[in-house]
Design a protein around this ligand. Structure first.
Ligand code: GTR
Length: 330
């Protein structure tokens, strides 16, 4: 049994480390990780799998305890805690990083990937490595990308078949200006609220709908209230697993290699669990009577051009987008 380290909610660990560079003891024991999803979700299982690899490979000196179900707060909040060293790992969507690091924008552009294969190829290769490395100046070490399937719109009111059907709908988005611009350009009214508050907002009619993948739609029980799921599949953005740089700096070079390798190996396990989970979620939601409809994807994609122009502004972002698009079509 590995000793459990407490979760330090605040920046005190970081300040102590800053005052005493090199004086912090090596990181050991049960390292902490956060996830907004419940304990049986593929992202949580994948990080636990990574923890088991670390336990085996260090004779129990290192392991990971995942705080699931958003119990430590929203992704925006836990990312800040992670960057200060109050949490060792965090598995998040790229959306809350969009305002932190511009290099996360290209992966988050609507319709930038033409298939899950395209996303996997890009995330697993040099472009993915470049995006992971871009997080370091923000106190985060990018370790690997996980799948997130395709995000589609769902709502309590009507089927969305073309952008005209979105007019006037209040649609929840994660905390990202890019998502806000996307929904507004499609004719909806974007409402950024944390993931953990979406179910209640839907149930109380504060919002009409949201957008997400099949497993989230099911596991967060949004489908119980939002009975129209429209297959816009506008985003195939991967999710990311990060480590706190404060914690990373306290690992020996050999342990850093172990952490990187275990994270990379957890990707295949995540995808195995993910593919099965997508099918299960789709089946459960459909059996419950949710109306699922196809959409005119080209009409949605067409309206995204100004959004790309607004957000792809620097040479670095332009270059990333060009390279992502060039790896597509296969
Ligand atoms: C899910 C994603 C979460 C969270 C959520 C959201 O698909 O796995 O990390 O970002 O979407 O919409 O906030």
């Amino acid at each position: 049994m590995i000793a459990r380290r407490g979760v330090l909610l605040g920046g005190f660990a970081a300040s102590a480390a800053a005052l005493l560079p090199g004086c912090e003891p090596r990181l050991s024991g049960l390292l902490t990780s956060s996830d907004t999803h419940p304990g049986d979700y593929p992202t949580v299982k994948a990080v636990e799998y990574m923890g088991r690899l670390l336990e085996e490979r260090t004779g129990g000196r290192l392991g990971i305890k995942v705080y699931a179900g958003g119990q430590l707060g929203s992704e925006t909040d836990t990312l800040e805690i992670t960057s200060f060293g109050g949490l060792d790992f965090n598995r998040v969507n790229l959306a809350p990083l969009n305002s932190v690091e511009p290099a996360t924008i290209p992966f988050s552009l609507p319709f930038v990937f033409d298939s899950v294969d395209h996303m996997r190829r890009t995330a697993d290769g040099p472009i993915g490595d470049e995006v992971l490395a871009s997080l370091e100046p923000h106190g985060l070490i990018g370790l690997c990308f996980y799948d997130s399937g395709a995000r589609s719109f769902y709502n309590t009111r009507r089927a969305i078949a073309s952008p005209a059907d979105m007019r006037g709908l209040k649609l929840r988005v994660p905390a990202s200006d890019l998502y806000v611009a996307m929904v507004n350009a499609l004719g909806g009214n974007a409402v950024p609220i944390p993931y953990g508050e979406v179910y209640q907002a839907l149930a109380q009619g504060v919002i009409d709908g949201a957008e997400n993948n099949w497993p989230s739609f099911q596991s967060a029980r949004h489908y119980e209230v939002a009975r129209h799921f429209s297959l816009t599949e506008h985003l195939l953005t991967p999710e990311v697993l990060v480590m706190s740089k404060v914690g990373w700096d306290r690992l020996s070079p050999a342990d850093r290699e172990l952490v990187r390798a275990a994270a990379k190996e957890s990707v295949a396990e995540m995808r195995r669990l993910w593919d099965a989970r997508v099918e299960e979620a789709k089946a459960a939601v459909t059996v419950s009577g949710v109306a699922v409809n196809e959409v005119d994807k080209a009409a949605f994609s067409e309206l995204m051009k100004p959004v790309w122009d607004e957000f792809v502004t620097t040479p670095q972002k332009k270059s990333l987008v060009e390279r992502i698009v060039a790896t597509g079509g296969g």
